[in-house]
Ligand binder design. Structure first.
Ligand code: NAP
Ligand code: ZN
Length: 352
């Protein structure tokens, strides 16, 4: 079995460090990819540090599900891709492809889906799947995405998770043109939410805890910015939003944001803090409001999102780092100190 270079964590308190990991030889349906860039999602941090009680971590853990790379080899049954193609892989690498959810292009809800890392590896190459903080990956062709040729690859990588996770619930809500949309948290997901909301023609408002992000929020496409710690500013927007996307990674009071929805407005959670959140029934009843959730998106919708980004020239704003800086990047992520996504240049792994 071929080996790949990787960065992995061996426990919830150990830093990510260099390791060799096994990768399978491509089977008939597989595409082998040399990874060029991998985005750093806050989910990587949650998983590496075993912060999710619903999804405990198996170690060693190799995170990374915002992958862009070059095809190096394909199996004999692969028709979609050829050697040299630039492709992406997101949070999913397998599903049964027969259940009602797969038939409806919602592979993320398949009861037998395999996530890119920390899922049982049905090929038996390792106990669990290993993600994109590595030099290569082998993936079933159905879960490999085409990358538009006009976009910078470091900024494409985050589209594979942050992009689809914000694109999907906005598309699902309906036509956002002229609607008042709020995005809570201007991090990796949030800044993509702002770009999509703006591209969909919504009046876009950022709700942030970081005063220093005000100016760049406007340059990302926001029409206004609310400092969520300022009760007066929040008060002015009571009952005014059609749709709010909550991308916050830590515990916070969602009731303050539900107050901002208008009658029949929707707040969709995509942020994934572990602890349950108290919700005021009255905050929902008065205004017939909806509180919803959303998980990444299916493969067809992910391709649609990438094509949309190609047409509208949308990529993530990235700070490119070598893999050797990934532990420091995690600490900065916890301080909301990244504009707006770390993208790891995997060439740095060659010298590791
Ligand atoms: P991120 O880059 O760290 O951004 C999170 C943002 O939340 C921060 O930049 C900050 O924005 C805000 N924030 C942080 N702590 C806060 C607090 N205590 N109170 C209020 N706001 C706070 O993280 P990300 O990669 O965008 O991921 C965000 C969350 O989405 C994570 O929990 C991740 O696991 C989850 N996620 C879910 C899905 C899904 O499919 N549903 C997919 C990917 C990620 P400001 O500085 O602007 O306040
Ligand atoms: Zn992610």
């Amino acid at each position: 079995m071929p080996n790949a270079k990787a960065y992995s964590a061996t426990s919830d308190t150990s830093p990510l460090a260099f390791a060799q990991i096994p990768r399978r030889e491509p089977t008939e349906r597989d595409v082998e990819i040399e990874i060029l860039f991998c985005g750093v999602c806050h989910s990587d941090l949650h998983q590496v540090r075993n912060e999710w009680s619903a999804m405990p971590t198996t170690y060693p853990c190799v995170p990374g599900h915002e992958i862009v790379g070059r095809v190096t080899q394909v199996g004999s049954g692969v028709s979609k891709y050829k050697r040299g193609d630039i492709v992406g892989v997101g949070c999913l690498v397998d599903s049964d492809q027969t259940c009602p959810q797969c038939q409806a292009n919602l592979e993320q809800f398949c009861p037998h889906s395999t996530f890119t890392y920390n899922s049982p590896d049905k090929h038996g190459t390792a106990p669990v799947t290993y993600g994109g903080y590595s030099s290569s990956i082998v993936v079933d062709q159905h879960f490999v995405l085409s990358v538009p040729g006009n976009l910078s690859l470091a900024g494409v990588a985050p589209l594979l998770c942050a992009g689809i996770t914000t694109y999907s619930p906005m598309r699902r809500w309906g036509d956002l043109k002229g609607k008042k949309v709020g995005v809570i948290g201007l991090g990796g997901l949030g800044h993509m939410g702002v770009k999509f909301s703006h591209a969909f023609g919504a009046h876009t408002t950022v709700l942030t805890t970081s005063p220093n992000k005000k100016d760049s929020a406007l340059s990302l496409g926001a029409d206004e910015v609310i400092l969520s710690s300022d009760a007066n500013e929040m008060q002015k927007h009571t009952g005014s939003f059609d749709f709010i996307l909550d991308t916050v990674s830590a515990d916070h009071d969602i009731n303050a944001y539900l107050n901002l929805l208008k009658i029949d407005g929707t707040l969709t959670l995509v942020g994934a803090p572990d602890k349950p959140m108290p919700v005021s029934a009255f905050g929902l009843l008065f205004g017939r409001k909806k509180l919803a959730g959303s998980l990444i998106g299916g493969i067809a919708e992910t391709q649609e999102m990438l094509d949309f980004c190609g047409t509208h020239n949308i990529t993530s704003d990235v700070e490119v780092i070598p893999i050797q800086q990934v532990n420091e990047a995690y600490e900065r992520l916890l301080k909301s100190d990244v504009k707006y996504r770390f993208s790891i240049d995997m060439a740095s792994l060659k010298s590791a």
